[in-house]
Design a protein around this ligand. Sequence first.
Ligand code: DSN
Length: 425
Amino acid sequence: MTESPAVPAWGPDFAALERTDPEIARVVLAERDRLNAGLQLIASENFTSPAVLAALGSTLSNKYAEGYPGRRYYGGCEVVDEAETIGIERAKALFGAEHANLQPHSGASANQAVYGAFCAPGDTVLAMSLPHGGHLTHGAKVSFSGKWFDAVHYGVDAETEDIDYDQVRDLAREHRPKMIICGGSAIPRLIDFAAFREICDEVGAIMFVDAAHFIGLVAGKAIPSPVPYADVVTFTTHKVLRGPRGGMLVSKAEHAAALDKAVFPMMQGGPLMHAVAAKAVALKEAATPEYQQYARQVISNAQALVAELTAEGMRAVTGGTDTHLALLDLRGIGVTGAEAEARTGAARIVLNKNAIPNDPQPPRVASGIRVGTPSVTTQGMDEADMKQVASLIVRAVKDADGSQTAAVAAEVAELVAGKPAYATS
Ligand code: DSN
């Protein structure tokens, strides 16, 4: 007689991982320790909550659920239907949106679906250029968006370094794009959504806002929302919004059917129901007064950080920030973005090199760095901490011979020890 296998625990069970796969268990713990041991200043990252992590590690991962709630291609979807329906309703309420789709696997997948819904191969789209702060999926030549569509790009004004709205209007009139995209990965300033709406209406274009970076600030009511203006707004759920890694979109009701069909079956197969449930959890968390306070603090921290960094000789592109991120031009202190990333990284300050508008350096070197405050704000840091963070960044960036690395790393360790990202027991 064979013995029945033990019934597995139904939820996250780290001891099971350690028993089954000690190598990967070690990696998981090492990543937790890496997060706890340093300053995480990547503008597109955050520390998601234990509730979100629990939903991600649940048996919802097992279910095939192609289709949408009540209209699936598999049996047994009545339970996961509830998770998706709750998430859709939360998204609509939080953003005041007429329609929501939680299935995109990522921001890039959500963007792909928007192209699928509104454009045919060869159609013209107008978007912010990547080197001026846009995104790969906004028509960069190496992306599907630049290979399959005729992408025309606007940039920033040479003087203000903010979006050149006159150029957007001129290019829209000249090229009559099917779709105009706003948003990007390195835009420190608020976007004038009303101006984009007016231009889109003038030329008959779909207004597509890629809000991946700033949607969490919108959710927290800390900055104005694109939702009343846009035909469709896509975003990732893991940046300021602090949810699981993934994508989402919200839209006007008139585009609901086209967008849903473009997400599934045009671009994706089965949705990741554990991720859909985790997105629902994050949306609930983002609807609280505590989250709104968090969103405001993210911006205050970014402004405090950039003020200190500029006082030390770094130049803030656009002169500052209205959001969670800042772009610093390091040419004035004679350091490249790549050097700064390596030097700060050695001292456990994690940030990324970034092109600045009209950068003379190639992207792999870059003249700037991008810093963001979503993660440090989640771990409870405030403006006073930002003063210290800025001083540590500057010491590391200017430390050409590495003589300060150990001392800076020790101060980083001391600073984060009082405010760990995650508990270790
Ligand atoms: N990779 C993201 C970022 O860092 O901004 C955008 O996709």
